[in-house]
Design a protein around this ligand. Sequence first.
Ligand SMILES: NC(=O)c1ccc[n+]([C@@H]2O[C@H](COP(=O)([O-])OP(=O)(O)OC[C@H]3O[C@@H](n4cnc5c(N)ncnc54)[C@H](O)[C@@H]3O)[C@@H](O)[C@H]2O)c1
Length: 338
Amino acid sequence: MLPVRSRGPSPKRPALFGSASFDPSDATHPEENHPVLCQGRVAVVTGAASGIGAAAARAFAALGMKVAIADLPSSSDKLQSLGKELVNVVGEANVLVVPTDVSVYEEVCKFRETVFEAWSEVGILLNNAGVDGGPDGKRGTSWEGLDAWHHVFNVNVFGIVNVQQAFIPAMLYQENPAMVINTGSKQGITNPPGNTAYNATKAAIKSLTEGLAHELRTKADAHGTARITAHLFVPGWTFTGLTGASAGGEKPAGAWSADETVKYMLSRVAAGDFYVVCPDNETTPEADQLRIMWAAADVAQGRPALSRWHRDYKALFEEYMREGHALQVKVAAENKNK
Ligand SMILES: NC(=O)c1ccc[n+]([C@@H]2O[C@H](COP(=O)([O-])OP(=O)(O)OC[C@H]3O[C@@H](n4cnc5c(N)ncnc54)[C@H](O)[C@@H]3O)[C@@H](O)[C@H]2O)c1
């Protein structure tokens, strides 16, 4: 069973399959001369005290942007020390350190006030704060751990909703372009078993970010004024606090560093992509593409839920991946020879 038919490349519809996995050191830099990712614009990052958020804040400062960083008050020390590091790059007037719990709307509004009082605009709003379990780190199952469910939804989903509701109305008045980048996960797209509550939050983030993109686009069509784009940032396996980095130790070979993931994300949002699905050293873009199409086909073809992990479908899934990869290689070779 093949996932798609090759219709050949066209200017509007580029070849379906890329030819090789992404090497971050080869990334092009469309963010150079970009109207948002540039010196003097403002970047706002939640969950900035560690991992991907901290790497993004450093990357924005390296571009000469003003940077406002937020994280839980309990992570204040790490946030302050990142703030000092950023001050050394862009200067004190261009850094705001604002301990903020994104799950509390009033705190998010105060964060917005601080940013707009200082700089009167936002260029990039990176909704990055996220957790994968309850306040005690424990995960729920589908019928246990109600507190963990509430916590993971309050941070991952309502954290983003709070930030969107607090910041976007003010950003709509800006004349210059801006971006909202929401951090999802492959777990919200292919839904691997193991942490259903986290997966459900990331599926909600996909849905709410797609809706946001459409609403912003429709507003722009109607009034010709809104210049805000939305982007769904889907990190691959990245070595951070969420995936064991806080315990110390070496980055596993299969994972990307947070810097690599951020570099890839910036190159894709600067190029205008809505879906930014990052690979890592273990999973190629081609493998992601096949897995995503298999998950969508569960619904379209009426297969059992999560058939990829269903014993009756194991052999079929493996065959699909083998044939899909073979087709990808063939299409890539044909495209190369054109
Ligand atoms: N690391 C990965 O492999 C991976 C993969 C897919 C998606 N993600 C997503 O990337 C984002 C960043 O995670 P990370 O991997 O860098 O992990 P991380 O734990 O290093 O960073 C998450 C940050 O969010 C902060 N945070 C938690 N609750 C908060 C709250 N209520 N208010 C403000 N800040 C809060 C934490 O204190 C932490 O600093 C998350 O949304 C995560 O779901 C990560």
